[in-house]
Structure formats: structure tokens, C-alpha cells
Design a protein around this ligand. Sequence first.
Ligand SMILES: [Zn+2]
Length: 308
Amino acid sequence: MKLFDAHCHLQDPRIFSLAPQLIRSSLDSGIAHFAVNGLSENDWHLVKQMSESHPSVVPCFGVHPLFVSESTDRWFTVLRQYFDSTPSAAVGEIGIDKGSRGREIDFNVQVEVFKKQLELAKELKRPASVHCVRAFGDLLDVMRETGPFPEGVILHSYLGSAEMVPELARLGAYFSFSGFLMSMKLQKAKKMLKAVPCDRILLETDAPDAVPKLDLNDLFLVEGDPSLSPRLQTLGENPHLRAKDDMSVVEKEAPGLPKEMLNHPANIQKVLTYVASLLEMSEEELAEISYSNAIRLFCYEGSKICQG
Ligand SMILES: [Zn+2]
């Protein structure tokens, strides 16, 4: 059984020094590829470096909505240079955020930066990994205006409604599920999952964040260094944790989780088990479907993973 972690952040400074070990142990347990998403100009070099030393890493470059204010005036030129020098790269993490932290950042600027990067993804014929918190109406507007996206748009850690799925899918969306799904009300999650076309399902960990809401003894956890997070310095909190006022989310993460314990990409197997049970599908079948979806999506000109 092979798996593809469609969205994670192994370049995160809290776990960066452990990344080679995390990748090795994940490869041993059947995770063949990792789409590693940059957040801002400050970490693109780490993502690039990681993809050069680990063929299993698909590099993704982008400005995350909560980091737009940290961009230099030259961000777009620098971003283009990264794509020029890294033909295997996809776009991400980009998006819009109206959660409690996103509200502190000018929404018009977020939309402008997001659109520019979506247009770049289209021009380069690459998929883009998208973060959307409490802004699905705006997301649809932007995607209608800029799309459709034949190369695919990955709605990462999707927690939107079932009703929005068909229109998003029509525009080229893939729906990627992480441990955050365990925080969504069960019936709502089931209904939404069943609305997603089979050829648009992906699995991810968003590691080192999004620890699945399970008994800690059942998880692979990484002891990271919380003092090394640039996100914590800037935002006072982690940008990947959903706002507690997000209606669909009951609780943010695994209960009793110590702050320094972080998510391991090998926990994608826990996500697989959970999503398969909600879809009433075997784990083998879901692994196969999600893996072939990810390979199709990340196989573009310049990509190193278009095998077979
Ligand atoms: Zn992310």
C-alpha cells in the first residue's frame, strides 16, 4: 500500500533538523511522496534544499495568507526565480483566511496576493495548494474569476460544506483531508466526503501541525522545538490551527497534547483509516485512489514523479 502526503511542512524550523529521519521512517512505512509547502520568502530555500536531497519531496513555493505582510517588495520576482530554477516545483501554500488571525490581515491584500499566485500556477501549468478558512464564498468568487484550473487546485485540509463541492470540483478543485477532519462533526464530515468525486480525493498530514484527534498512544509524535517557530514569533499562535470560532470545528487538536509534541507524516495512515471508515470503503481502495490522484496531479512538465 503506497501513500502520498499531499500537503505538509517538513521544512518547519521546529522539525527541520529531524526531517531526514522523518522522511526515512515514513518511506519505510509506505509513504512514497511528500508535497512540502513553503510559507514565505523566508523558507523557500529550505524547501528547495530538501527536494534536492530527497527525491520523495515535491517542493511547493508560495506565500501563505497569514504571511503576506512579511513579504518584501520583490516577493513575486523572487517567487518566479524559484520556479525558474526548480522545474519540479508546484505552487503552495497560498490562500485566504478570515479566521481569528486572518482577520488581522487586510483581506484585500490577501486576495490580491492569492490571485496573483493562482494566475502564476495557471501560467506555469502547475497545481496549487490552497488554504481557506471561513472564506469559502470568497474562494469561489476568486476561482470563478481566475479559473478553471485544469492542472488542479488542492483545497488542503478541506472543511467546507458538501454543498460547495460540485462547483469547486467543476473549477478543478481536489479535496485534501488531514487530521483536522476529526474535529468536524461526524455527520457533516460524512455528507461532505460522499459529495467529493473519487478522482478528487487526496490525503495529507499538514505535519508538523494537525495532530489527529486520537489517543496519543496510537500516534507517531515528533518532539519538536517550539522556540524555533517563526510562526509563533509572528502570530503568537500557529497559523495552521483553525480558529476556535470556526463553526465546523469542535476542538482544535488531540486532547492532552503537550505543546512540543508535533505531527509526524507517518500519521497519514491514521487519516487514511478515518476517511476510509467515513466513506465506508476499504483502506486499500482509498489508498490506491488517493495515491493515483496525487500522482496524476503532481505529474507535470519538469516533475520528477511521473513514473510508470
Ligand atoms: Zn499547511
